[in-house]
Design a protein around this ligand. Structure first.
Ligand SMILES: N[C@@H](CCC(=O)N[C@@H](CS)C(=O)NCC(=O)O)C(=O)O
Length: 208
């Protein structure tokens, strides 16, 4: 296996999921290594000594170790480009920039949504308390922005891109909790959810 991908042992990290989807879409052979975040294994030298940010995901290719999921997806897309491999980013330069815009935004803004609707809700249906005022404001902004960019139930830029997976995972924090989300966005999340690499990630939650 030329690649190793370090992910959290509960498979709840949306960033690890993004890197997993990228490798799977590209059809690259890789092995999964899990890091038990609950026990703080990410801060121990065995991991932190190699993974610069001491967070998951980390991609390992020989002696090259890369953290930050969007850096990983960009590296994979440049190293294994279309048309031989599935494109992770749109071919059009401006659309590619817009895809990166979505990726950067979902990782940097809307902290109350990410805190109050953690991904254990998404993957394990963990019930959540009602959103706080700042949570409601962040959720409203997410819906407003998503409504501007999601044109139909399928992809943001005509073809699938990794920004679709990233945006859908963020929206799913609201959708899976039953928070009010317009039907168009619920359908978009459902469509993205059915993509085989996402389903392959979900299958990792099944015992055995
Ligand atoms: N911006 C990073 C975020 C990575 C991140 O926050 N990972 C979390 C899991 S979702 C983590 O490793 N948390 C453990 C810690 O920070 O100690 C990326 O996109 O890869």
């Amino acid at each position: 296996m030329p690649f190793e991908l370090y992910v959290d042992s509960l498979y709840t990290s949306p960033y690890a999921l993004s890197a997993f989807v990228a490798l799977t879409e590209k059809g690259l052979p890789f092995s999964i290594k899990t890091v038990d975040l609950e026990s703080g294994a990410q801060r121990q030298a065995a991991y932190a000594g190699r993974a610069l940010t001491a967070r998951v995901p980390a991609l390992v290719e020989g002696d090259f170790v890369l953290t930050e999921s969007s850096a990983i997806t960009e590296y994979l897309d440049e190293t294994f480009p279309a048309p031989e491999y599935v494109a992770l980013y749109p071919q059009d330069r401006r659309q590619r920039a817009q895809a990166r815009q979505i990726q950067a935004w979902v990782r940097s803004d809307l902290v109350p949504v990410r805190v109050e609707r953690d991904t254990e809700t998404v993957f394990f249906k963990k019930p959540c308390a009602p959103l706080s005022e700042s949570g409601q404001q962040a959720a409203a902004k997410l819906v407003q922005v998503a409504e501007r960019v999601v044109q139909g139930p399928q992809h943001l830029f005509g073809e699938w891109s990794i920004a679709d997976t990233d945006l859908a995972i963020l929206l799913s924090r609201l959708v899976r909790n039953g928070d009010p989300v317009p039907a168009k966005l619920r359908e978009y999340v459902e469509f993205q959810w059915q993509r085989p690499p996402v389903q392959a990630w979900l299958a990792r939650h099944q015992p055995g």
